[in-house]
Design a protein around this ligand. Structure first.
Ligand SMILES: [Zn+2]
Length: 248
């Protein structure tokens, strides 16, 4: 986690802005003590003091922290952006980055790979109830440059939710959208048949769109929800890029 409560004045502070003389700190979720970690290489952050009984901040990787901190740093002074907050607690859900864009509430969620499908859907529904538009992001992985890629379940879910796109964070406010095309497998010809291509169930071919800017290349959209293939998508509010489908 990148923020904690400074006990002295009960203020929410960023790991980047305080030092060890500001201690003690506590977790905003469970109230237990947290420890400030400020190395020379890693993004400054907080960790629960062991033993840890709280789920909040667990499983957060360095890539996640870099992504969150960078998006927050870029957004906080951007035009038309107000109330920008890192790790904004709404009680039922904590947004990695929350902000108002031209008066519309937006949540950026970057840790989808850590969550179960049930939690992803619950969180999406919670944001909808709060009237917040959500953008789920994952950190880009070079495996996506290959022709053959096995999307995880959450990537398939995002693909259904975002009308055929999954968004990957590159740096600052740069995001690359990827569409997953069919991946065809050759079925060898034998006496019993074959000699044709069939769609792979496991693999897809990632098709990259143009790099997008989080503020200038997205619009707000209502996803009515439904079941697509075997994916259940709740009715929700999403941020989606305003470019035409690039894979057709
Ligand atoms: Zn905690």
């Amino acid at each position: 986690m990148l923020t904690s409560i400074r006990q002295r004045d009960n203020c929410k502070v960023h790991a980047q802005e305080v030092d060890k003389f500001d201690a003690p700190f506590t977790c905003p979720k469970c109230g237990c003590e947290t420890i400030l970690r400020q190395g020379s290489v890693k993004v400054h952050h907080f960790a629960h003091k062991p033993p840890v009984f709280c789920e909040y901040g667990q499983g957060e990787s360095e890539a996640h922290r870099i992504c969150k901190q960078s998006i927050y740093d870029e957004l906080k002074d951007a035009p038309n952006v107000t109330l920008c907050e890192l790790e904004k607690d709404f009680g039922t859900v904590v947004a990695d980055v929350f902000f108002m864009f031209s008066g519309v509430k937006v949540a950026i969620e970057v840790q989808i790979s850590n969550l179960t499908m049930t939690r992803i859907i619950e969180r999406t529904e919670e944001y909808d109830e709060l009237g917040i538009y959500v953008l789920w992001l994952s950190v880009f992985d070079s495996k996506l440059d290959e022709k053959k890629y096995a999307p995880k379940q959450w990537e398939k879910w995002l693909h259904a939710t975002y009308f055929g796109r999954v968004y990957y964070w590159l740096e600052e406010l740069e995001i690359i959208p990827i569409h997953f095309d069919e991946y065809l497998l050759w079925v060898e010809s034998t006496d019993y048949g074959g000699g044709y291509y069939r769609k792979s169930k496991r693999y897809r071919t990632p098709t990259e769109g143009s790099i997008l800017n989080l503020l200038s290349d997205f619009k707000f959209r209502e996803q009515k929800g439904g079941t697509f293939g075997n994916m259940y998508v709740p009715s929700c509010k999403i941020l989606i890029d305003n470019t035409d489908a690039w894979w057709k």
